[in-house]
Ligand binder design. Structure first.
Ligand SMILES: NC(=O)c1ccc[n+]([C@@H]2O[C@H](COP(=O)([O-])OP(=O)(O)OC[C@H]3O[C@@H](n4cnc5c(N)ncnc54)[C@H](O)[C@@H]3O)[C@@H](O)[C@H]2O)c1
Length: 397
């Protein structure tokens, strides 16, 4: 079997569903159809994207024998039921982050995926900027020495105004954590990936500066700046911003700030990792360069270049040095890694891409963050065996 034999479908046709469709096409996967919130909306989006079919329901999608992989890009409250149905129908699943609404839900998906042996991935695409893959190799090779300090931020501004609205503001659709679940999960996953260290404990403060917002009576697209004249007032319970102290598994310390209300910061993820011998820093708005800091010689800036990166960085790169790769490209690089397992027919024993287990781990870190903020104290991330653990695969598709 080759990638040209694989058929996929995408659930959700909004901001990120569109990116999934285009990235799949780029890596040579046939996207046979999409599923929208209604058959009419699905049909309109299928037509705009040039996708042959809009399914009337998830059942109709799963009746299509050509579909081997389903991408779940709907709002967060639908991830569990849709991903569960996909796996139970024997299809491989790629699900957007956050993987689910609660850690119990994500644990269920981890266990189900393991029982089926199907390929499962959580779309932590930011790992797939080539220089983040390279950073992972650099830290793993010991080039920074011992990782001691991990700091950074993830700032956006699209929810700055009280008139800004999106389903993410409704806890029953987005989850109990908003900025942390939506974008903080990316930063935390990325740091776990690059350093190889799990987040062990957190001390968090969550802040809701805009306690009442105006919800338009009509639908709103993610990142849209159109304003509806008709609105209703809504009380807001979730955080606009978070400040979090971190302890990692190896004893490294960290601090991250997360915000959806920082004027001018459209999508600014930054990190710095300080080791006992050298440091690394990266900024998502300059994604083709990474800073390497030294004590006794000049600092370096590495421009993304397959000839100068390690094997992981090279594998995530599609273009020669000097040809900038960005957000779109991370999806193609991630999906290439996932679809290697799809072509093989089952999840490999140690996938290199982020799986449902990684999505679940971020839910556990999120639980600790919420509890720390509630109780005003350090909280350990609870990975105790009492929680459902992945089991050995019993069946292969
Ligand atoms: N990895 C990333 O970089 C990234 C970026 C943005 C969003 N996301 C994640 O992707 C998901 C979607 O976010 P978005 O920004 O695209 O939101 P969006 O509101 O732009 O799109 C959501 C889509 O889901 C559709 N939908 C709603 N109910 C549905 C149903 N029952 N069945 C099928 N489709 C349904 C909506 O019509 C809409 O098209 C979220 O989980 C979000 O966290 C990830």
């Amino acid at each position: 079997m080759s990638i040209a034999d694989i058929g996929a479908a995408v659930i959700g046709t909004g901001f990120i569903g569109t990116v999934h469709v285009e990235a799949l096409r780029r890596i040579g996967v046939a996207v046979h159809g999409v599923l929208g919130s209604t058959p009419e909306r699905g049909a309109a989006r299928a037509s705009a994207l040039g996708v042959p079919r809009a399914y009337a329901s998830l059942e109709a999608l799963l009746d299509d024998e050509r579909i081997q992989v389903v991408h779940v890009t709907s709002p967060n409250d639908l991830h569990l039921s849709q991903a569960r149905q996909v796996l139970e129908a024997g299809r491989h699943a790629v699900c957007e982050k956050p993987l689910a609404m609660t850690a119990d839900e994500s644990a269920e998906l981890v266990a189900l995926a393991a029982r089926t042996g199907l390929v499962n991935a959580t779309n932590f695409n930011i790992r797939y900027y080539p220089l983040n893959q390279h950073a992972h190799d650099v830290v793993a090779a010991g080039d920074l020495g011992d990782v001691r300090l991990v700091t950074g931020r993830y700032f956006q501004d699209w929810l700055l105004l009280e008139s800004d609205w999106n389903w993410r503001l409704q806890p029953e659709r987005g989850g109990a954590l908003r900025a942390v679940g939506d974008i903080g999960s990316h930063w935390l996953d990325l740091m776990t990936f690059v350093t190889g260290q799990p987040v062990a404990a957190v001390m968090a403060e969550l802040a809701t500066f805009i306690e009442t917002r105006r919800e338009p009576t009509g639908p709103v697209e993610t990142f849209s700046t159109d304003r509806s004249a008709e609105t209703v007032e809504r009380a807001i319970a979730t955080e606009d911003a978070a400040t979090i102290l971190l302890r990692f598994g190896n004893g490294a310390r960290g601090a991250v700030s997360i915000s959806q209300i920082s004027a001018g910061r459209k999508n600014s993820l930054q990190y710095e990792i300080d080791g006992s011998q050298a440091s690394l820093a990266w900024d998502s708005e300059q994604p083709d360069q990474i800073w390497i800091g030294h004590r006794d010689r000049a600092n370096e800036i590495l421009l993304k270049n397959p000839a100068l990166m390690g094997p992981s960085g090279r594998a995530a790169t599609a273009l020669p040095g000097g040809h900038v790769e960005g957000f779109f490209d991370t999806f193609a690089a991630h999906f290439r890694a996932v679809y290697a397992d799809v072509v093989a027919g089952a999840a490999s024993s140690r996938p290199g891409y982020p799986t449902f287990a990684d999505g679940h781990d971020e839910m556990l870190v999120g639980d600790a963050i919420a509890r720390s903020a509630r109780e005003g104290r350090w909280v350990d991330v609870d990975r105790s065996p009492a929680r459902p653990q992945p089991v050995i695969a019993e069946t292969h598709r």
